[in-house]
Design a binder for this molecule. Structure first.
Ligand SMILES: Nc1ncnc2c1ncn2[C@@H]1O[C@H](COP(=O)(O)OP(=O)(O)OP(=O)(O)O)[C@@H](O)[C@H]1O
Ligand SMILES: [Mg+2]
Length: 276
């Protein structure tokens, strides 16, 4: 299958001269669930902004569904293909009502009134933003809901790929579970490709099929989440530690426990076999 996004030898240097990405090569396929991880400043946000054309490559290229992000006036076409939910949803919400917020993108593209209405209602429904809230100022919503409005405003553009920067930061456990299960539903049932950026390895183990690890602007590892967490020595270069359950298996591998377990259930199964 042709990939949705192809990143080829991408370098990115900020205008002030700060180098952020070096020789990134990456393909993003249809209906993938990817975690992008790595220490602070490793380039995760910069890379995601390159994927949606917000930042243009200094060298190399990013091709999104056949479109080169360096193309002039391409941004309108890109926003309907790759959606990016900011690290802090408050950096993204600037309209006076939830309705206007979700309608902003489709209106900007110039869709008809009916088309805008249809998209807003659909996006709000999928994101679980109830119609009762349409007139509310986003500012007055709790953080979890603000984030869902931010996601709804992205969904209204119907992009195949959705990048969510730090979906669970600053949220308590039930809110985190809710937003992650929502993203999983967009992936599984709605067929989107989801890319999450996170520092929470338990979330990565639980939700992501594939994990890409950045360290100092380079891809250190790219594989299934299981393969990636099985390489703690490489992860350490970017100050990432596998989830505790994986580390437990790695510490006890001499006793026959697996080095790549991702859940307590798996570990329990393996332990049963060891002691039987
Ligand atoms: N607007 C900017 N101008 C100059 N340098 C920047 C800018 N934004 C980020 N950088 C630098 O680019 C590098 C990559 O930063 P980036 O924000 O992409 O990392 P990150 O992995 O998202 O970090 P975090 O986990 O803290 O969000 C860092 O060295 C950072 O200081
Ligand atoms: Mg970041």
């Amino acid at each position: 299958m042709t990939p949705l996004i192809t990143v080829d030898h991408l370098d990115f240097i900020y205008p002030d001269g700060t180098p952020a990405l070096f020789d990134i090569n990456l393909q993003v396929g249809q209906q993938e669930f990817i975690a992008l991880i790595g220490q602070n400043g490793s380039g995760k946000t910069t890379l995601s902004k390159c994927l949606n054309g917000l930042l243009k490559p200094t060298k190399g290229s990013v091709i999104v569904e056949g479109l080169d992000t360096r193309g002039r006036g391409i941004i309108k076409q890109l926003v309907t293909r790759v959606g990016y939910v900011f690290q802090n949803p408050d950096h993204q919400l600037f309209n006076r009502s939830v309705w206007d917020e979700i309608a902003y993108g489709p209106r900007n593209i110039g869709y008809s009134k009916e088309e805008v209405k249809e998209r807003v209602e659909e996006a709000a429904h999928v994101a679980g933003v109830h119609a009762d809230l349409f007139e509310t100022h986003p500012y007055f919503l709790p953080k979890g809901l603000r984030q869902r409005v931010a996601i709804a405003s992205i969904l209204a553009m119907r992009p195949k790929t959705i990048i969510v920067d730090e979906p669970t930061t600053g949220q308590d456990m039930p809110q985190s579970v809710e937003v992650m299960n929502f993203l999983r539903r967009l992936w599984k049932e709605e067929g989107h490709t989801i890319i999450i950026i996170t520092h929470e390895m338990r979330i990565v183990a639980q939700y992501a099929q594939r994990t890409v690890v950045l360290g100092q602007g380079r891809v250190l590892l790219d594989g299934t989440t299981r393969e990636v967490f099985a390489q703690p020595e490489v992860l350490r270069q970017t100050y990432v530690e596998p989830p505790q359950i994986t580390r437990l298996g790695q510490a006890l591998s001499d006793y026959g426990l697996p080095r790549d377990a991702l859940s307590v259930e798996e570990m329990k199964e393996a332990f049963r076999e060891v002691v039987s």
